[in-house]
Design a protein around this ligand. Structure first.
Ligand code: DGY
Length: 321
């Protein structure tokens, strides 16, 4: 009996695929840092029973409509806003993500963005490497403290909670805003629930970790930045489209806020000419929230296992629908 066919849209380390190879024939786009062209993805999806996709692949109704054998899509990310969930539901296609295994790594990266932006780490490192350091100065490259400040976390899911745990170690006052209140987080971490605008008004660091949904799209708009303190630093490790980037640029240019640490953007990869990239008060990273070798290996293994299980008639470990 021939095995089901699974297409993987980016080159993954062979050792992460052993569970999948046992039950499926695998086709894989051969490049690590180049996205599969849409026409290739369409050709492959047409004959595939399973797809292992990246957050940069648009998996829409059009693609699913021409993929009659597709049973499961496993996204190599916790977020799955790149997949049309309603279309998958209608067609009975299972969608899986990779939660939990990436929580701590993504929280580490989020916290390093807070530190790097507040303490001007990237600017300072460049200053040394570019030979600009002539003399020690009392306020040379002085930034803002992180310890004992107020952090406002928007999106208190697993990653938000892990960021809050790190903030507690820095003696920070922890505020959060979420779709629903998390009473165990309030008692366990001493976090205080705030309405969105109150959180913006009171936080020194406003951290976006919310998933991208109809409600969160563009929620950090001009009005939101105007609510923030003049000394506020905005951090986004959630999804770029939660932010109106024009409003963010304006807020930085007009000194409505002091700085921004960004791992995600409306368009990825971001255009090198994008105005945000020429601002010294912006730390910009290439969507590397979960990018430690250990975590990316676990994510790939989990995604592969999810497909293997679904195609063998078992329950996937982390199915979102
Ligand atoms: C995800 O997995 O959705 C995050 O963006 C981690 O980088």
């Amino acid at each position: 009996m021939h095995k089901p066919y699974v297409y993987i849209t980016r080159k993954l380390p062979e050792e992460t695929l052993s569970s999948l190879r046992e039950v499926a024939e695998i086709g894989m786009w051969p490049f690590e840092e180049e996205a599969v062209p849409r026409h290739v993805l369409f050709q492959e999806a047409k004959k595939a029973n399973g797809l292992l996709t990246m957050l940069s692949d648009k998996i829409d109704d059009e693609l699913m409509a021409q993929s009659p054998s597709l049973k499961v899509i496993a996204n190599l990310a916790v977020g799955y806003d790149n997949i049309d969930i309603d279309a998958a539901k209608k067609k009975g296609i299972a969608v899986c993500n990779t939660p939990d295994v990436l929580t701590d790594s993504t929280a580490d990266l989020t916290f390093s963005l807070i530190l790097a932006t507040a303490r001007r780490i990237v600017e300072s490192a460049l200053y040394v490497k570019e030979g600009k350091w002539n003399s020690w100065g009392p306020l040379l490259l002085a930034g803002a403290d992180v310890h004992h400040k107020t952090i406002g976390i928007v999106g208190m899911g697993r990653i938000g909670e892990a960021v809050a745990r790190r903030a507690k170690g820095f003696d920070m006052n922890i505020l959060y805003h979420n779709r629903n209140r998390k009473l165990h987080t309030e008692s366990g971490l001493g976090a205080t629930y705030k309405e969105f605008h109150d959180l913006l008004k009171e936080s020194d660091f406003v951290v976006c970790l919310a998933p991208l949904t109809a409600e969160t799209r563009g929620m950090f708009n001009r009005e939101a930045f105007q609510f923030m303190k003049k000394s506020a630093i905005f951090i986004n490790a959630g999804r770029g489209a939660s932010v109106d980037e024009k409003a963010l640029i304006e807020a930085l240019q007009n000194k409505t806020i002091v700085g921004a640490g960004l791992d995600v953007y409306v368009e990825e990869p971001i255009d090198p000419q994008h105005p945000l990239l020429s601002m010294s008060q912006v730390v910009a990273l290439p969507h590397i929230g979960s990018a430690s070798v250990e975590t990316r290996m676990k994510m790939a293994e989990l995604a592969a296992r999810n497909i293997a299980k679904k195609l063998s008639g078992e329950e996937p470990e982390t199915q979102v629908l």
